[in-house]
Design a protein around this ligand. Structure first.
Ligand SMILES: NC(=O)c1ccc[n+]([C@@H]2O[C@H](COP(=O)([O-])OP(=O)(O)OC[C@H]3O[C@@H](n4cnc5c(N)ncnc54)[C@H](OP(=O)(O)O)[C@@H]3O)[C@@H](O)[C@H]2O)c1
Length: 260
């Protein structure tokens, strides 16, 4: 039995991914920030556990990692995400950077050492990474004017680069694979309220690559997938020096902010 921990599974692509993986016989651990939504989805999906944490607070993310580790997931799907049209400062920093990037990186760093051979980490990134810039001197828009698209796209580029660099550091024959994906363009609240555009793909199509990387992919690691196939990262998504610098800065930021 494969146990899969899916962040942000109270809505949208994460919730549908949980349903599809349950239907394929997995034990699923659902997660969200709202206890009532987590309870409801846990019971609707038939999940083995429902974990609650606001990913904007890295102290809560640390506790979430501990709770998840006790349940011994074989797969972590870093799916939770936010698109903040206005700047939102969460307890641990700017919303796009903390929820989409730092929280996912913390969970990955904490859970990989706990995984059995065959473990998998999946980052739900986005095609938006392709036009993103990554400003390591000001990733949270403290000195430059806040730009909602740039902030979101930067966090999704960070997802892809963290997957690539984590896989590179683990090595080509590691026990745990780490990949990133673009799910499609799906009419969830992130798209309709955040981007303010309609979707093109349904929830099943938007969840298919997460399901593929959880159950069907071979030992491929460090790759970017679109429609369940390896694809070429765009723009800075191929910059290995940037990925290495991001990785080091990210783990240092997590350590500093969880120590406070
Ligand atoms: N939709 C698209 O077309 C598209 C395209 C490319 C990439 N993506 C990526 O796909 C992933 C899923 O997005 P979606 O479209 O399914 O969006 P969604 O329907 O808005 O779902 C987002 C999930 O993340 C959770 N979440 C948001 N902020 C959180 C926080 N601070 N703490 C804990 N949980 C939080 C939400 O919880 P609540 O239920 O409480 O809101 C929800 O469960 C994201 O990483 C997104 O960047 C989506």
């Amino acid at each position: 039995m494969t146990t899969v921990f899916i962040t942000g599974s109270t809505d949208g692509i994460g919730r549908r991914t949980a349903e599809l993986l349950r239907a394929r016989g997995c034990d699923v651990i659902v997660h969200g920030r709202d206890p009532a939504k987590v309870d409801a989805v846990r019971s609707d999906v038939g999940a083995v556990a429902g974990l609650v944490a606001d990913l904007g607070d890295l102290h809560q993310v640390e506790q979430l990692a501990d709770q998840a580790a006790e349940l011994q997931p074989d797969v972590l799907i870093n799916n939770a995400g936010v698109y903040a049209r206005e700047r939102i400062d969460m307890p641990s920093g700017e919303a796009n950077w903390v929820v989409n990037h730092l929280a996912a990186s913390l969970l990955t760093d904490a859970l990989i050492p706990e995984m059995k051979p065959g473990g998998r980490v999946v980052y739900v990134s986005s095609i938006a990474h392709g036009r993103a810039q990554l400003d390591l001197d000001d990733p949270e828009f403290e000195r430059r004017p806040y730009d909602h698209y740039a902030a979101y796209a930067q966090s999704k580029l960070a997802n892809l680069l963290m997957a690539r660099e984590t896989a590179r550091r683990l090595g080509p024959v590691a026990d745990v694979t780490v990949n990133a994906l673009h799910p499609g363009v799906v009419g969830t609240k992130l798209l309709t309220e955040g981007f303010q555009v309609p979707g093109r793909d349904d929830l099943d199509a938007g969840s298919a690559t997460s399901v593929y990387l959880t159950l069907d992919a071979d030992g491929t690691t460090g790759q970017y997938f679109v429609r369940s196939k390896p694809a070429s990262p765009q723009g800075l998504g191929r910059d290995d020096a940037l990925a290495a610098a991001l990785y080091d800065q990210t783990l240092a930021a997590i350590e500093e902010r969880t120590a406070q």
